[in-house]
Design a protein around this ligand. Sequence first.
Ligand code: ADP
Ligand code: ASP
Ligand code: MG
Length: 416
Amino acid sequence: MALLVQKFGGSSVGTIDRIQKVAANIIKAKQEGHNIVVVVSAMYGETDRLIQLAHALSSDPNPREYDILVSTGEQASMALLAIALTQNNCSSRSYTGAQAGILTDNVHTKARILDVKTDAIRKDLANGHVVVVAGFQGVNEHGETTTLGRGGSDTTAVALAAALNADECQIFTDVDGVYTTDPKMIAEARLISQISYEEMLEMASLGAKVLQMRSVEIASKHNVPLRVLSSFNEGPGTLVTLEEKIMKKRLVSGIAFSREEAIISLSGVPNRPGIEGHILGLISEANIEIDMIAQNATDEQHTDFTFTMHRGDFPKALKLAEQLALELGAGTIKSTANVAKLSLVGIGMRSHTGVASTMFKALGNADINIQMITTSEIKISVIIEEDCLERGVRAVHQAFELDKATSEKFPAHMES
Ligand code: ADP
Ligand code: ASP
Ligand code: MG
């Protein structure tokens, strides 16, 4: 008998019909003898709807009230699923995040889970109930409702699986698992049967929203076996696990992307010690999160300073850049909010050279201009025009033969 935490995303509980199907799946797993804790998201589109309502009243809604509002989406789903289970003679109890003991810090709208008190859930499991928990929410030390950031139900599920020492955390979604890239954009994307925590963490942080980044961090820290699978089709899905457990290693595993990027370049910045700290200090005081940074000297006295950020922060960042240009007597500002980030991820990059050149050649052959590059041990990211994104992903996907189960150019088995 296994203890499973099963999370169902928004599209999996999007209609009454879907909720009934989810209930039937859970009952089947229960009849196979498993103990089950279920985590649900809000019904498809509901969180967006609630956020829009708040923004219709205020451009900057009060964070405490925002959290109370958006957490209602998951509460409706949890109760509906428990009603469906009970109606089908499967004893079930639903819990809000607070009732389930999900304790978080005080950062409204993007709280982090600090601890999970599982006593109530364990008692219910011992009494044979299916426990249904509202995802995406918790409670802080003052008893206030908090939410965990978009996509946060994944994190609720993994945190519960870690705290309960579950045998597996299963994330049911609207695709068959983790693919080499978003299968909704690239039809040739291939399902990955196993991926390491480290690669999944990069994929998630670089834009593959199939798992919230924080959920992968917790899974990796506590070694939770994490499986992504479809709530519509049967199949083994993708297991996210330790690198050493992966049977078939590829040079690169996948391509992640994010459309919501913007870039600002300040030219003619005086080249003197401390200038970078000054610029970045002002930006971080304004709560703008910088992603990539590049600086290069244009002559003895001047440098160009370029940085990227989330598009939502672009107007604020541009205003700051204009102030800075005046203050520093810098030359011109070049900026655009129409850029995207394309990233190639793979643990094989650690030991193999030539990955970057293959990627850049593929983009060059597709006539795509690279505006900025960053690399780490297992990823290469480039900033390109947003309009070129799909073409770029397709070109890089083809260049590394990611559509093929095995690749001769980039062998499946490699020494690391
Ligand atoms: P849920 O509502 O179940 O949480 P999400 O919309 O948050 O679902 O995440 C699933 C979506 O993630 C898929 O529909 C797919 O479009 C997108 N996605 C992006 N990159 C990938 C990838 N590499 N593999 C699978 N899905 C991906
Ligand atoms: N409902 C929340 C969202 O849409 C949380 C989740 O679905 O994971 O972001
Ligand atoms: Mg999600």
